[in-house]
Write a protein that binds this ligand. Structure first.
Ligand code: PMP
Length: 455
């Protein structure tokens, strides 16, 4: 295990090794190194058990929209726990927090989307999507309309349906996924896959893959297309400008539902309330989670277009739901989180002030010898690490992304590596001074990485 100065760190690492199975981890590696123990946090900073202060460039896992340490959320959670810590919504019952939250989320959602089905996570949201869209078409007398088209390298969660809808090869390899009835098309990742095409031409090509797939499967068999407005976990993949308009054109031609997975983009990350607002998409369903509660407590959901709700409502029981659907404490926390986002005009500040500043500072890294492309939108950013800027050739087999990630950790910054793409998604409350700290540290870590790979 790594060298520690606090004896308690070693004890916690032993507990990890003896008893804990962490998500998305190589257990042998984790045992050898021992996890970094995060003990507390405030604003955009974390502290570990060794006393290091770390700027969290990822807002946890893209979720801590309002930053760490907001007592208001703790207070409403405590109040709600005392008043009504739990009750279910199954048997013609409800409680005030879930009803108030449904109203507030509907107010924020695009016009014509006024109902919400709550879940415990984004993955459960996408499981709900799968069952809901198939149920919808069955009620419309077209039960064969079952196939959902998704994208390679998209991320939609880690449950069986979530991982199947996602297009992550490493996840599909484990557990015999995807399940039948889910097919994948190319992603709009110009830097990685655009070859000699211009970004614009590649965007059109990638969008036309949707039409090809609809025709191949048969419109009569396709239930829906699901996509993240911006692929997050896939590497902050911002589609070329031509992509979404062309997709919209194709969706308008065929009678299929469109599901926007807003788990990352939702609640302000692009400077609009939803990624669908930013790109002017008109989804039929939107999956939400993360920013809904700023990650202070688990909660997800699906916002559903009125036309779909009408069909479902006329179809008798929808036999689906979770013990923790619309949990009263989670709902109370979400309400307070949204109140803070609104009252403090955090989304407007992202749009007008911090996103433009972050994007300007991020692009200054383009001159770095290791950097093949920087891209970003709102408070999302990606830095592509390459051996050759002109050809976009990578350092094959070196794991440059992981090397860079380690330098970041050791220098007080959390930046995530997706292969050799470094990504950031800080809290929406990050200040300009903290953006400077983030980008200054990022440049230093790029220098250290370059030295390491060339040395
Ligand atoms: N969809 C997207 C776009 C996500 O980024 C994630 C999580 N990173 C999920 C779904 C799954 O959410 P959860 O981890 O809450 O199940």
């Amino acid at each position: 295990m790594s060298v520690t100065s606090n004896p308690q760190t070693r004890q916690w690492q032993e507990l990890s090794s003896d008893h804990h199975l962490a998500p998305f981890s190589d257990y042998q590696q984790l045992k050898e190194k021992g996890p970094r123990i995060i003990t507390h946090a405030k604003g955009v900073h974390l502290w570990d058990s060794e006393g290091h202060k770390i700027l969290d460039g990822m807002a946890g896992l893209w979720c801590v929209a309002i930053g760490y340490g907001r007592d208001e959320l703790a207070d409403v959670a405590a109040r709600q726990m005392r008043e009504l810590p739990y009750y279910n919504l199954f048997f013609q019952t409800a409680h005030p927090p879930v009803l108030e939250l449904a109203k507030v989320v509907a107010e924020l959602a695009p016009a014509g989307m006024s109902h919400v089905f709550f879940t415990g996570s984004g993955s459960e949201g996408n499981d709900t999507v799968l069952r809901l869209v198939r149920h919808y078409w069955a009620l419309k007398g077209q039960p064969q309309k079952k196939v959902i088209i998704s994208r390679i390298n998209g991320y939609h969660g880690s449950t069986v349906a979530g991982a199947s809808l996602g297009g992550m090869v490493g996840m599909h390899e484990q557990g015999d996924l995807p399940i039948p009835g889910i097919v994948h098309i190319a992603q709009p990742y110009w830097f990685g896959e655009g070859g000699d095409m211009t970004p614009e031409a590649f965007g059109i090509w990638a969008a036309e893959e949707l039409e090809k797939k609809i025709l191949e499967v048969g419109e009569a068999n396709v239930a829906a297309f699901i996509a993240e407005p911006i692929q997050g976990a896939g590497g902050v993949i911002i589609p070329p400008d031509s992509y979404w308009p062309k997709i919209k054109e194709i969706l308008a031609k065929y009678d299929i539902l469109f599901v926007a997975d807003e788990v990352i983009c939702g609640f302000g990350r692009t400077g609009e309330w939803f990624g669908s607002d930013y790109y002017d998409l008109q989804p039929d369903l939107m999956t939400i989670a993360k920013g809904l509660t700023s990650g202070y407590i688990p909660m997800g959901g699906v916002i559903v277009r009125d036309l779909v709700v009408k069909v479902i409502s006329e179809g008798g029981d929808f036999n689906h739901g979770f013990t923790y659907s619309g949990h009263p404490v989670a709902a109370a926390v979400a309400l307070e989180n949204i109140r803070i986002l609104r009252d403090e005009q955090i989304v407007t500040r992202v749009k007008e002030e911090t996103a433009p500043y972050l994007q300007k500072r991020l692009r200054e890294l383009a001159d770095h010898p290791l950097v093949g492309e920087v891209r970003g939108l709102g408070l999302l950013g990606a830095i592509e690490l390459v051996r050759d800027k002109a050809t976009r050739a990578r350092y094959e087999g070196l794991g440059v992304g992981m090397i860079c990630r380690q330098f970041c950790f050791d220098n007080g910054l959390i930046m995530r590596a997706v292969g050799d793409t470094m990504i950031i998604a800080p809290s929406l409350v990050i200040t300009k001074a903290e953006i400077d700290e983030l980008l200054d540290k990022a440049r230093k870590c790029l220098d250290l990485t370059l030295e390491a790979v060339n040395g």
